[in-house]
Design a protein. Structure first.
Length: 277
């Protein structure tokens, strides 16, 4: 009995340590965003400033920057369009691979997953030339094409979900006169909601946090995303750590909002209401 209690205590201590490791940088950044420049120099980074010295001017300074709204707009456009095509291409391709037999299927699947194993930096020069050849460099379509075409993670997720759906669903729908298009749109696609939520969360966080692709392929000021805005803002605010901290907190909001909105779908049943074999 005593051993079991000690084991539970150790587990709780380990969990609390992991939570502290994850939350500590966020809390320290938030504390810094509430301080003045003088408080940054005189107070510990581990502590909040005195209540009468808490300030929101740092957030105001960031929110009044003209490039912040532009960053939100460009990031939103890239995010929505990229997720739409990732979901459409991922679901259709996974449905065809899992439900149809055709010559060369093994080769096609092998090529898909071989592409996932190749490091992106190996193909960067070729990718840059392709983007330039398509006349997409310095346009908002450059990162969209890259996010849709170069990451096949969604195909793997959708294949795993579709393979868990009973083939009896397909057979029953086809016997009732449903076409393959109707089968996909009315039955298969709605049942993929948990997979779609997972894809959207992972892809959205990757896109929002990515600085390399927008910085390399969209150097124009009018094409700044949230990450490139923050990078340029950091260069302009050297020594003003409290304002930079406020910018980081503001830019974290979309990621947190996306997770809160989609998390309830992740643990949902993959084939809720479906026929089980």
């Amino acid at each position: 009995m005593q051993k079991r209690v000690l084991t539970q205590i150790m587990k709780q201590i380990i969990c609390l340590c992991m939570v502290a490791i994850v939350l500590a940088p966020i809390l320290l950044t938030f504390f810094a965003a509430l301080k003045t420049k003088a408080d940054m120099a005189t107070t510990s980074p581990l502590l909040l400033p005195a209540w009468n010295r808490v300030t929101f001017e740092n957030f105001q300074d960031v929110l009044t920057d003209k490039y912040l709204l532009l960053g939100f707009k460009n990031t939103g456009i890239i995010l929505v369009v990229s997720l739409f095509f990732n979901v459409m291409f991922g679901t259709v391709t996974a449905f065809i691979i899992e439900r149809f037999q055709f010559r060369g299927k093994g080769i096609v699947v092998g090529l898909f997953f071989m592409g996932m194993l190749i490091p992106t930096f190996v193909t960067e020069i070729a990718r840059f030339q392709v983007i330039q050849g398509l006349h997409l460099y310095n346009t908002i379509w450059a990162p969209i094409v890259i996010y849709v075409a170069s990451d096949l993670m969604q195909l793997y997720i959708y294949r795993q979900f579709i393979s868990g759906l009973s083939v009896s669903l397909d057979e029953a729908a086809l016997l009732d006169g449903c076409s393959y298009f109707g089968l996909f749109v009315k039955i298969i696609f709605p049942l993929l909601a948990p997979a779609t939520a997972t894809v959207c969360i992972i892809k959205a966080i990757n896109i929002i946090n990515d600085m390399y692709i927008p910085y390399l392929y969209m150097p124009k000021n009018k094409l700044r995303t949230l990450t490139t805005f923050l990078m340029n803002y950091a260069n302009a605010q050297q020594g003003s750590w409290q304002t930079l901290a406020a910018g980081i907190i503001i830019i974290m909001i979309p990621t947190i909002a996306i997770y809160i909105f989609f998390q309830k779908y992740i643990l949902a049943g993959v084939a809720a209401g479906a026929v089980k074999e």
